[in-house]
Design a protein around this ligand. Structure first.
Ligand SMILES: Nc1nc2c(c(=O)[nH]1)N[C@H]1C(S)=C(S)[C@@H](COP(=O)(O)O)O[C@H]1N2
Ligand SMILES: [Mo]
Length: 434
């Protein structure tokens, strides 16, 4: 006697959801013959390498802000154990931040098509039913939510920040920092789970090269393939071409002159910074920062330096009588644009420290601008940065007076540091008070 099967309503409903090709929950809804383990695996391998580099350069970039030095450098609250790796940012080699951030931003932009193609390749799984087959499967799907959500969040906040108008609600630094940890944790879990599968799938490619045709099987392969419009290889070339195009229209922002003009997609690429000694990229102009020319004139402006022995006030003419030194240093912004080395000339930061009682043992310094509003109007520098003989309070650049837009009457310039620590229109320096 056969056992009677109860015609369950839920299984029948599920079957309909799975079998009706008009619904995305049905495998037959997804008809591209490109989808399959091989395509997903190749993209996954590229992201495995690329995103690891993005994560490392991102953490390094964050450390470069000296976030432990002062809350003005970074207001990320409760970094807690996530800040375990923070280290004292060195001043050598002087192009360190320029290289790191150039790689971080250029690579991030270049990987956008790969990320999108990867998400496209696995999209049927987003709708697959049942939502969870087992506890392990449920956990895997939750980790995928963090992976996909975290990945999109990091790319979107990153891209918004390198455009001039950061419109995302909330401050970029804490969001991008915390987001990176959530995303990378899910990424590592995913990579550990998938790497064996990926390697097996990619080995298929070699088999195919030798002419062995092997059937691809997994849930991504459509049961109702549409006519192919492009081969899998062709599709990869298409993704790679998109990446190449983004790379070619972004990378120029790391260089001066005609190369910078090739950076069509970068806000600090296309626009012409003008010519002459001050003709290099400007981030925020004096007008934008609200600097009143009446405050920067010879009669009005005084640099206020405070330290162990009290406060001294120096006019620009007095500053220019102190021993002046030159150093060739770039400006390298977190947004991924940078200049080549410019010749700055001014007073060494350690000589200013010596004026207020720190002869030979310069401490850290808190630098404030004339600017009254805006996140980057002050910055803290470490004792190492102050001690470096190339760190200057610059009065001149490339043999000429600093222009108002580059920080006249005086600006800080420090080797290997992110641009945001190179405060313009300096009004006040407080040594040893952090
Ligand atoms: N006072 C003040 N200084 C500042 C900023 C600012 O907004 N205000 N921006 C910083 C940032 S983010 C960068 S990248 C550099 C850019 O310097 P530049 O405009 O001379 O190229 O200046 C830094 N100094
Ligand atoms: Mo910047």
């Amino acid at each position: 006697m056969g056992r009677a099967r109860l015609p369950g309503v839920i299984p029948a409903y599920r079957r309909a959801m799975r079998d009706d090709p008009r619904l995305p929950s049905s495998p037959g809804f997804w008809r591209s013959p490109l989808r399959g383990p091989w395509f997903t695996s190749v993209l996954g391998l590229v992201l495995l390498v690329g995103i690891t580099v993005l994560f490392v350069t991102g953490l390094v970039s964050y450390a470069a802000y000296n976030p432990n030095l002062s809350p003005v450098n970074d207001k990320t609250p409760e970094k807690g154990i996530l800040g375990f790796y923070l280290f004292d940012w060195p001043t050598n080699p002087h192009w360190l931040y320029r290289l790191n951030q150039g790689v971080h931003v250029t690579l991030g932009v270049t990987l956008i098509p790969v990320l999108l193609a990867k998400l496209w390749s696995v999209i049927p799984r987003l709708f697959a039913l049942p939502p969870a087959r087992s506890v392990t499967h449920a956990l895997e799907r939750i980790s995928l939510l963090l992976l996909v959500g975290g990945g999109l969040f990091e790319f979107v906040t990153g891209v918004l920040n390198i455009q001039l108008d950061y419109v995302f609600p909330g401050s970029f630094y804490p969001l991008h920092f915390y987001g990176a940890w959530v995303f990378f944790a899910a990424f590592v879990a995913h990579a550990l789970l998938k790497t064996p599968v990926v390697l097996r799938n990619v080995r298929q490619l070699r088999g195919e090269k030798r002419g062995e045709q092997r059937e691809e099987t997994n849930d991504l392969v459509t049961p109702r393939p549409a006519e192919p419009t492009v081969s899998r290889r062709g599709a990869l070339w298409f993704v790679g071409g998109g990446s190449l195009l983004l790379f070619a229209t972004t990378v120029g922002q790391n260089f001066d002159g005609p190369l910078r003009r090739t950076a069509l997609l970068a806000p600090h690429g296309g626009e012409d910074p003008g010519s002459g000694p001050n003709g290099f990229q400007i981030n925020k102009t004096a007008v934008y920062a609200g600097i009143d020319p009446a405050e920067t004139g010879e009669d009005a402006w005084r640099l206020v330096v405070t330290g162990r022995t009290g406060t001294v006030r120096l006019s620009r003419a007095r500053l220019a009588e102190l021993p002046l030194y030159s150093s060739a240093l770039p400006i390298a912004c977190v947004e991924g644009w940078s200049t080549s080395d410019q010749w700055w000339r001014g007073v060494r930061l350690r000589d200013l420290a010596a004026l207020v009682g720190y002869e030979g043992d310069p401490p850290d310094v808190f630098v404030q601008s004339l600017q009254r509003h805006g996140a980057f109007r002050s910055a803290a520098l470490s004792a190492d940065q102050v001690a470096d003989p190339r760190s200057l309070l610059a009065l001149y650049v490339n043999g000429e007076e600093l222009s108002p837009d580059h920080g006249h009457p005086a600006r800080v310039i420090v080797p290997a540091a992110p641009g945001v620590l190179n405060t313009k229109w300096v009004a006040r320096m407080t040594f040893g008070d952090l």
